[in-house]
Write a protein that binds this ligand. Sequence first.
Ligand code: ZN
Length: 339
Amino acid sequence: MLLAWVAVTDYVARGAAAALDSLAFIMLVFLCVTLHEFGHITMGRRFGVKTPEVILSPIGGIANMERIPEKPSEELLVAVAGPLVNVAIAIVMMLVFRLDPRQLATIDIATAPLAQRLLLVNVMLVLFNLIPAFPMDGGRVLRAVLAMFMEARKATALAVQIGQVFAFVFVLIGLVRFDFVLLLIGVFIYIAGASEEQSAAFRGFASRLKVKDAMEASPATLSASAPLSQAIETLLASPQREFPVLDGSRLVGLLDRNAMLAGLRDLGAESAIGNAMAEAQPVLPDEPLVDAFTRMRQNGASAAVVVGPSGQVIGLLTQENVAEMMMIESARPGWRFQR
Ligand code: ZN
């Protein structure tokens, strides 16, 4: 859609040649962003971290790494590997196209030749990522450096605070100068900082836990052939909100409160539970909590069913339960959750 939009607007305003030039430019920018992400990914692989997904968005790329290396020195190397790729691209371009670094400041992003614009983009990618605030690479560099001198959790908290000072300054300047983009970046940094702190806290305590430490054991279950009215009665009689649905003793689905209400409204109270349920997301009791929980959130499920070796339901892992554990952890860090 972005490419189509750029091509159409440029074609209408400036003709076919300009549209082609803009298309080439945008695609090359995304290529540079992708190479930047592969800088992070390749360095991550050296420390045994896989990256199953890279997201390219109009405001940049995100490499969704499976985990962040524990050692601060490794996180530091992974964080700087991305911007270093753009430094390398910029140097190669300056050599190949015989561009003088002193000309950089005079390049006009709207009118300069393609090569010069691309060079400028790479320099901007480096500078933007040097801002010491999450989600920019500079924020990770800062956290890694701080973590060499203090506990990981404190390093994250301090890095987030420093990042939020930057966010505040951006918002302030954005407001004073009516600069909408700066304002947006400030808000973006502020939100990213808060979510980074949360996910670091989650990783901190979840890394030592398995699914069985966080699950609710022996949850109430429903039968797929029973009417929805029975599900409603079970909902009212128990504090549980998500129910594994069984066919005999076999797990066939999951029915949560929202699906129950939607079924009640659209299908009626006498319809079978099996018609209203969603797919169950089975997890194993000995699976690391971080993996199971991440998968659950990616699937947009509010709960996952914990199944034993022969497929029998032995527990329920809910977002709510994990959220409660995080509250306990923040009230008393290092709480022993292991069962
Ligand atoms: Zn990066």
